[in-house]
Write a protein that binds this ligand. Structure first.
Ligand code: SF4
Length: 584
């Protein structure tokens, strides 16, 4: 499908939520102009009623507005009833969501007990058979099979007032979709549209849609495509946003904020889930930092809407001229005003201390602006005529990505290819809020190829020590500059049979220095191998204390003991000639 007929507005001013179809989920309405809701998912065994109820309560107490629970089989789906009863007895009315893969029967059972079911269009009915080509007739026959298989679920949902999320994941698309679109953002969006069409034909519109990927750029592009396709179709259903397998710690927070906020800035997104390889209750403060940025400015922006003139559906870095190590083909630079680097691993490319009068440091002439309106005729002429000029867009704490986009919009309109450094001074004293805010601000811009460098500042002494490291994380999260190993790890769920948090820590400790390599740590063999996307190596739980190791999508070692798995992963990487010693 050609994207030239599709429309998606990237805002450069005039923030507004896009209007979506409102869906009632157990009395907590989603979409329309309701606040952006936050949700998370349990990682206990769904058959362990007590543990699942206790964890759900911890999540609800931390701010979770919908609790999602995996139901891999019929027994787990049946047990959702007991979990629901237990939670209600304990005084918690929070709506529950069943997470279903591969098992329509489990979905039909769960839909009777919970307020929403999530199904994956890639595996609801389709199975892997190795078929690579589908004639038009075969393709249509497959759609008819899906229609027949969805009918009973839709009837149960109608009867019980249950909502349904159609959740496409990068890496788990059907062979039918792959045969036409590949594992692409368009494939993810079309897969969901096919299910939406069937639901609408059957008179069911209690729908929510999501497009998830571990790569924020893929997730952003797929979500923009599905919004454009739904709008063209007449009804835009509420959007659930999330970066899957985002990992843990600072990297997981920055990556999640970059992907999710890149869409929220354009008013897209009605509920979010931050997926971290940590206890689920730790995801909720991060999610709250994110939604607070938008729920607090909900339609409060009365300024005129301005559209950024770049292609929303295809990533391309803004082309700039180079000056020294900034702009042109150079990697985005990391700037610091502190003479001493944060630590020995992460060093800034340039240490700058500019005053109002001294902004010329050969070969650079730095021109700072603190408001888009300061792009006066004189400044624009200087940017155009001085080949050494570098623009610094210097925002204060309350300036949003749209503020920076409005500067880029002016430069793009006037065809000025000056390199731009994005500078921002943060006032928060909360380290987690800082990670979210900086990931959201800078990640949003770099996910769209805007910016030639980042310069973060903080008024807090502790945060000051992490500025350079955070900047490298933002560039890595948006795949703008790879400086360390890329870790992809799932948050785990009731399918996980080993301690994934410990495993991730061990894998990170052993392989963190392998710059550019992508290593996945996944909780189960059912979805793990598919959803680790483009990882070079996969460490995937295959049973109690057992691990499978993958090279790309190829299963190399099966059911090895967890105690030896990290060592064997290192041996595998060494055997492939991709190992480097820490100090080399
Ligand atoms: S990959 Fe992880 S989160 Fe996804 S189903 Fe498996 S264990 Fe659960």
């Amino acid at each position: 499908m050609n994207t030239t007929d599709l429309k998606f507005e990237l805002l450069a001013a005039g923030y507004r939520r896009i209007s979506t179809h409102e869906v009632n989920i157990g009395g907590v309405a989603l979409g329309g102009l309701n606040p952006i809701r936050i949700q998370s998912m349990t990682n206990t065994d769904t058959l362990n009623t007590k543990a699942t109820i206790e964890q759900s309560i911890r999540m609800i107490e931390a701010g979770c507005e919908y609790v999602r629970i995996t139901a891999p089989g019929i027994k787990e789906a049946e047990n959702l009833k007991a979990i629901r009863v237990g939670l209600r007895k304990a005084g918690y009315q929070t709506p529950l969501i069943a997470d279903i893969h591969y098992n329509p029967k489990a979905a039909e059972i769960a839909a009777q007990y919970v307020e929403k079911v999530r199904i994956n269009p890639g595996n609801y009915t389709d199975r892997k058979t190795g078929k690579l080509d589908f004639s038009d007739v075969e393709y249509q026959n497959e759609i008819e099979k899906i229609r027949e298989r969805l009918k009973p679920l839709i009837e149960i949902c109608k009867l019980n007032g249950t909502a349904m999320r159609i959740g496409s994941n990068h890496g788990s698309l059907s062979e039918r979709i792959m045969s036409r679109y590949g594992d692409t953002p368009m494939g993810m969006a079309i897969a969901a549209m096919e299910f939406i069409t069937i639901c609408e034909d059957l008179g069911f519109q209690n729908l929510i849609v999501s497009m998830k990927a571990s790569n924020p750029r893929v997730m952003v592009e797929a979500t923009r495509l599905i919004v454009a396709l739904m709008n063209a179709n007449g009804t835009c259903y509420p959007l659930h946003l999330g970066v899957t397998e985002a990992g843990d710690a600072a990297e997981g927070r920055v990556k999640s904020a970059a992907g999710i906020c890149c869409l929220l800035e354009d008013g897209v997104g009605d509920t979010i889930r931050v997926s971290l390889t940590e206890d689920p209750e730790k995801e909720l403060p991060v999610a709250k930092h994110i939604v607070d940025r938008y729920n607090n400015r909900l339609n409060s922006d009365s300024s005129e809407k301005v559209i950024l003139s770049i292609n929303p559906f295809s990533f391309s870095k803004r082309l700039t001229r180079s000056c020294g190590i900034i702009g042109g083909p150079n990697l985005p630079v990391v700037i610091s005003s502190q003479p001493e680097p944060d630590n020995t691993t992460f060093k800034p490319d340039l240490v700058l201390n500019l005053s109002k009068t001294e902004n010329s440091i050969p070969p650079y002439t730095f021109i700072s602006i603190t408001q888009p309106a300061l792009l006066s005729e004189g400044v624009l002429t200087q940017l155009m005529t001085n080949p050494n000029s570098v623009l610094i867009a210097e925002g204060k704490d309350d300036q949003t990505p749209l503020w920076y986009r409005s500067i880029f919009n002016e430069l793009i309109k006037l065809n000025i290819n000056v390199p731009v450094l994005l500078k921002k001074i943060y006032e928060t004293k909360n380290p987690e809020a800082f990670l979210v805010q900086s990931g959201a601000d800078m990640g949003t811009l770099f996910a769209d190829g805007l910016g030639d460098g980042i310069w973060l500042e903080s008024t807090d002494p502790l945060i000051k020590k992490r500025l350079v490291e955070t900047t490298f994380s933002i560039l890595q999260a948006t795949r703008s500059r790879i400086s360390q190993t890329e870790f992809i790890s799932c948050p785990s769920c009731g399918r996980t049979l080993y301690n994934i948090q410990d495993a991730l820590a061990k894998v990170k400790a052993a392989t963190r220095h392998l710059k550019g390599l992508k290593v996945a740590v996944m909780g189960c063999v059912v979805n793990g191998p598919g959803e680790m996307a483009d990882a070079d190596y996969g460490y995937v739980g295959s049973g109690k204390g057992k691990v499978n190791l993958y090279r790309g999508k190829e299963l190399v070692l099966k059911n090895i003991e967890e105690e030896q798995a990290v060592e064997q992963l290192v041996d595998l990487i060494k055997g492939d000639g991709k190992w480097v010693d820490v100090k080399s």
